[in-house]
Design a protein around this ligand. Structure first.
Ligand code: NI
Length: 172
């Protein structure tokens, strides 16, 4: 396993639409998911899409257990939302590609999803709470969308300026 570099806004790759994984989940994809998970834990974060480490494939890793001693990694390959609740809910979101910025985003409260897991098995399940927020946030990344795109242009531009400024200071 290896730590990868997480791209931050406004990196152009974050705007790319990710390609589906074709021909099933291979050892190569599993190695990528292992790296993604390690990178996510190190950051630390609760979810990461492959495009955030510069690989525009429809792959997401997640761990919303919030317990360092009992990790519960989840893997999503080619995830699809098959149903969304009419009820919306607002959560304060953050993103490893937008460090130190948090803001409220409104999304469907519950969703049903279908995806391939780490072993390539098809899974269907319903997500609510933090799981629903996180999977929708990560699936946005697969479409080239970051959570800032749900905010006003003013808030988005201010956030991107802050991230760029912080990076310049870090680079000194
Ligand atoms: Ni994100």
């Amino acid at each position: 396993m290896a730590l990868r570099t997480i791209l931050t806004v406004p990196h152009p790759v974050l705007k790319q639409v990710s390609r589906p994984v074709e021909g099933g989940v291979t050892d190569e994809h599993r190695a990528l998911m292992d790296d993604m998970l390690e990178t996510m834990y190190e950051a630390p974060g609760v979810g990461l899409a492959a495009v955030q480490i510069g690989v525009p494939l429809r792959i997401i890793v997640m761990d919303i257990s919030a317990k360092e001693d009992e990790r519960e990694p989840r893997y999503f390959v080619n995830p699809e939302i098959t149903w969304k609740s009419d009820e919306l809910k607002s959560w304060e979101e953050g993103c490893l590609s937008v460090p130190e910025i948090y803001d409220d985003v409104e999304r469907p409260d519950r969703v049903k999803i279908r995806y391939l897991d780490y072993n390539g098995k098809e899974v269907e399940e319903e997500a609510d709470g933090l799981f629903a927020v996180c999977i929708q946030h990560e699936m946005d990344h697969l479409e080239g969308i970051v959570f800032l795109d749900h905010l006003s242009r003013l808030k988005r531009e201010s956030a991107i300026r802050k991230v760029k400024k912080a990076q310049r200071i870090e680079a000194l």
